[in-house]
Write a protein that binds this ligand. Structure first.
Ligand code: M6R
Length: 352
């Protein structure tokens, strides 16, 4: 049941600390600062191609960034495109990211890769799913069953699992910092669940014409995910962009009735550039909601702040998404939408 929550989606949003703990349990050794993902640790890929759809594609974008940062060429593909125009694979490992393990587009992409002799890995939530059975390897995200059509806890768990995969099969300079950020993640998620101002934001902007989401680096896939969740459950227009792309077209859509959610953490060059993009938006009188750890001066240009703790940017991406899930959820609730079963959508899409 819904354990007292009004919707499965809200219950599942609140299950994220536990889902993340389950994903990390036994796989992270905090003392030695190492990751143990069993046999998968021997994969040592020289290249990685991710295939996925929807929310899982956003997780795949995160995964591809992780491997590129470790010096391993990597790219995320929409499964529906990959299946019909399979790119050269070489000796890349092909990773299907799929919560259900039953998404037709993703299964087709994985089959196309296998026909070309590629090794395949399923990153999935469902033990015994078609993707898990058909791939050479499986990495389970262990989020527990997800009933709401909107993917919430499984996205957080996918990001955590992909971090384990990258840490376990490659080496990066800041592995220790990432592991410590992962260890802190469930507690940080709980703080956001307890303290987020998302409901107030939803109340203020429930009548907006459209919602825009921007971010750079690890925050770009979260911007895309924020928009997908918003349109899926509120039926309102929402778009996510890499922050730098706003001025190349979408800025024409920005008005005083289109709140812009900007994810900005740290105070490096990336953050400063996103703050620059926020100033452009503010100059056009659009309301700005900054999702920030307060290290940059973005809040000076923002109408509202959704607070994040200071942590590794990879973990901050998971945390920023929690605020955005809550904004979408509360907006949909205020609009009286059928949150757990949005119109026209199915939990797992078994047709191409
Ligand atoms: O089961 P999968 O992860 O393969 O599903 C992929 C998408 O259909 C899914 O993530 C969809 O985008 C969600 N409903 C979004 O909330």
């Amino acid at each position: 049941g819904k354990s007292g929550y009004e919707h499965y989606m809200l219950k599942e949003i609140h299950e994220q600390p536990r889902a993340l703990r389950q994903c990390l349990r036994g796989r992270v050794d905090e003392l030695s600062g190492t990751v143990d993902i069993g046999d998968l640790g021997d994969l040592s890929p020289t290249g990685v191609q991710f295939v996925a759809c929807g929310t899982s594609y956003h997780a795949a974008l995160h995964g591809a960034q992780l491997f590129r940062e470790a010096g391993i060429p990597s790219q995320a593909f929409l499964a529906s495109e990959y299946a019909t125009a399979t790119p050269p694979i070489g000796d890349a490992l092909v990773v299907g990211v799929t919560q259900s393990g039953e998404t037709a587009d993703t299964l087709s992409a994985l089959r196309a890769a296998r026909r070309r002799g590629a090794r395949t890995l399923a990153v999935t939530n469902v033990v015994g799913s078609t993707a898990a059975r058909e791939c050479d390897h499986a990495l389970y995200i262990r989020a527990g069953p997800e009933i709401g059509v909107a993917a919430t806890k499984t996205f957080a768990s996918q990001l955590a699992a992909l971090n384990l995969l990258a840490l376990g099969t490659s080496s990066t300079g800041d592995a220790r910092q990432v592991i410590s950020a992962l260890r802190d993640l469930p507690g940080h998620v709980q703080e956001i669940l307890d303290e987020s101002a998302a409901q107030e934001i939803a109340e203020i902007y429930q009548d907006a014409d459209a919602y825009f989401f921007i971010g750079r680096g690890y925050h770009e896939p979260v911007a895309l995910e924020g928009a997908l969740k918003m349109k899926e459950i509120t039926y309102k227009h929402a778009e996510g962009f890499a922050a730098g792309e706003l001025k190349h077209g979408p800025l024409a859509l920005v008005t005083e009735n289109t709140p812009v959610f900007a994810i900005v953490t740290g105070d490096d060059e990336r953050a400063r550039k996103t703050v620059g993009n926020v100033k452009e938006v503010e100059a056009r009188d659009a309301p700005v909601v900054a999702i920030t750890d307060g290290q940059s001066d973005v809040s000076r240009y923002a109408d509202h702040v959704l607070e994040l703790p200071e942590t590794h940017p990879r973990a901050a991406a998971v945390l920023a998404n929690i605020h955005l899930q809550l904004v979408s959820y509360h907006t949909a609730a205020l609009l009286g939408r059928n949150i757990d079963k949005p119109r026209n959508l199915a939990k797992s899409v078994t047709v191409e």
